[in-house]
Design a protein around this ligand. Structure first.
Ligand code: BGC
Length: 544
């Protein structure tokens, strides 16, 4: 039996007869949302850097893939100290990506194709080149403009020590000392990320008003929602208390910290929810919130707050049946009390691509995807995972741009390896990414992984994604609900029922004989041959 048991997808969003999620109320509850990293998706002007025109020209590919919505990482005016997560103007497009006309055309075309657009909002910090920060620097200590950020005098006899012991996520102290307009040493300012990313002070009313206005600006442009960067970081504990110990990075995500997941953030999201609802049309807010537990994440998703949060607990799970079952149960259990849909994610622009992270096997990566897409709720797909792209591990130092790479004790600094521009064609200067080069070098093997090379090959990862998304669309019961019914299964195997479907996942490195065949095999991530033996690292979907 071939790898893909159902008929090959035809490549159009509505080919299977089921309309795109379109105007369906609550569309986001089971939506598959595709993350586009604008620098690396498609280059419309041949300068080696992806852009909005490039994305726009390839929207039909995304509609054909069968996703419901596209989340665009930041494209705003930015000096690019952190690949656009350092925003200098929240209402302008960086010239390297295009302009507002391009954004408008992109949003309109996406809607015509039945795709929703979610933009990235970066409210925890701005760029140090943002007009507010520059004015605050110029006006000096005591200026009310400084209260929009966290400026503080230093400790020590001459203010030579940072105001507290917080560390930047990218490494080094979370404080940088300023120079006064006369050139003397001045106050320090807080930046939880790079020094070029000063943190806003969310106790300042002007900051709150500004972001409500930015939300409206993009809602007026027609966007369907916001992915909220560092949603857990906006409010800091009163008085910015010391953490009192080192090794901060090890604690991230494990316990409540004075700068993350403070209860005060929720009031902000309640006010944003009102704005989203004013606009109607089911516009959503998605929290990037690293919290100590799934229960803490659920607080962001109370009915009057945001709609979704990335499930990083799932992303961090290893390829182990018992562990996966536990995190699936915990995720579903934690969302039920707030009535939010659970989300699932395996890859994004900040982590090692899941093919590599789960051990380097394409079979396993495909099995993980088929498991994710059988779970109730919404799933996030990161550009290139549908091609089975591995992490690029051998980028030369001189091409790297991730700011954390240049620090030695922060985040691992390896984020460029998942940001390499994706291959569209088997040949061409940047494998069809554009007519010019590519801002990060692409491995030669990517020719064979290009969209062109995989299209029409029923054994390819791309066709597996297309087929799976088409089946999911034709069977809304797959993504619906908030529970899975676990079935007895051999060691290392997950088996669960979802409506009329059963999903079996063999996480073992060896084939496993199933005691009973759960039905008729519909889709398989690997070479399932129709017998009772489930191959190693393989997921199969069955119908009764
Ligand atoms: C984004 C990162 C970024 C950081 C600072 C994150 O969570 O996903 O790419 O470096 O926020 O904005």
């Amino acid at each position: 039996m071939t790898q893909y048991l159902a008929a090959p997808a035809t490549g159009t969003a509505t080919a299977t007869g089921t309309p795109a999620t379109g105007d369906r109320p609550g569309w986001w509850r089971d939506a598959v949302i595709y993350q586009v990293y604008p620098r690396s998706f498609a280059d419309g002007n041949g300068d080696g850097m992806g852009d909005l025109a490039g994305i726009r020209s390839r929207l039909p590919y995304l509609a054909g893939l069968g996703v419901d919505a596209v989340w665009l990482s930041p494209f705003y005016a930015s000096p690019q100290a952190d690949a656009g997560y350092d925003v200098a103007d929240y209402r302008a497009i960086d010239p390297m990506f295009g302009d507002l006309h391009d954004a408008d055309a992109l949003i309109r075309d996406a809607h015509d194709l039945g795709l929703r657009i979610i933009v990235d909002l970066v409210p925890n910090h701005s760029s140090d080149q943002h007009e507010w920060f520059q004015r605050a620097l110029r006006e000096g200590p005591g200026s009310p403009l400084r209260d929009r950020y966290h400026f503080r005098p230093g400790k020590g006899e001459h203010g030579e020590e940072p105001p507290n012991d917080w560390e930047s996520i990218f490494g080094g102290p979370a404080w940088t000392r300023t120079k006064n307009p006369d050139g003397s040493h001045g106050e320090w300012y807080l930046h939880l990320f790079a020094p070029e990313q000063p943190d806003f002070n969310w106790n300042n009313q002007a900051v709150r008003d500004e972001f409500r206005s930015v939300l409206r600006f993009w809602l007026d442009m027609g966007v369907d929602g916001f992915r909220i960067d560092v949603a857990h970081g906006l409010v800091k504990a009163d008085g910015l208390p010391d953490m009192g110990h080192g090794e901060q990075l090890k604690l991230l995500g494990n316990q409540v910290l004075p700068f993350f997941d403070q209860d005060g953030v929720h009031e902000i999201y309640r006010s944003w929810r009102k704005i989203l609802e004013e606009y109607g049309g089911d516009r959503i807010g998605v929290a990037e919130a690293w919290t100590p537990s799934a229960e803490r994440t659920a607080l962001y998703l109370r009915p009057d707050e945001l709609h979704q949060a990335f499930n990083f607990h799932y992303l961090n799970a290893e390829w182990d049946a018992a562990g996966l079952r536990q995190v699936i149960d915990e995720s579903l259990d934690s969302m039920r009390p707030v009535g939010a849909a659970t989300t699932w994610v395996l890859s994004n622009h900040d982590v090692v691509r899941h093919l590599t992270r789960l051990g380097g096997s394409a079979d396993r990566a495909r099995a993980a995807t088929l498991l994710m897409l059988a779970l109730p709720g919404s799933a996030y797909v990161y550009q290139g995972e549908e091609l089975g792209l591995p992490e690029v591990l051998d980028l030369p130092d001189e091409v790297r741009q991730d700011p954390s790479f240049f620090k030695n004790n922060g985040q691992d600094g390896m984020r460029d390896g998942c940001r390499v521009p994706i291959p569209w064609t088997a040949e061409g200067p940047s494998y069809g990414f554009g007519t010019g080069g590519s801002w990060l070098p692409q491995p030669e093997q990517w020719a064979g992984l290009s969209i062109e090379s995989q299209t029409g090959d029923p054994g390819s990862t791309l066709e597996l994604y297309r087929r799976t998304l088409a089946v999911r669309r034709d069977h809304p019961d797959l993504g619906a609900g908030d529970a899975v019914e676990w079935l007895d299964a051999p060691e290392g195997v997950l088996a669960f029922r979802r409506g009329a479907f059963t999903c079996t996942v063999n996480t073992n490195a060896e084939p496993v004989e199933l005691a009973t065949v759960p039905g008729q095999a519909l889709l398989s991530s690997g070479d399932y041959d129709g017998s009772g033996a489930l191959p190693a690292d393989t997921t199969v979907w069955w119908t009764a």
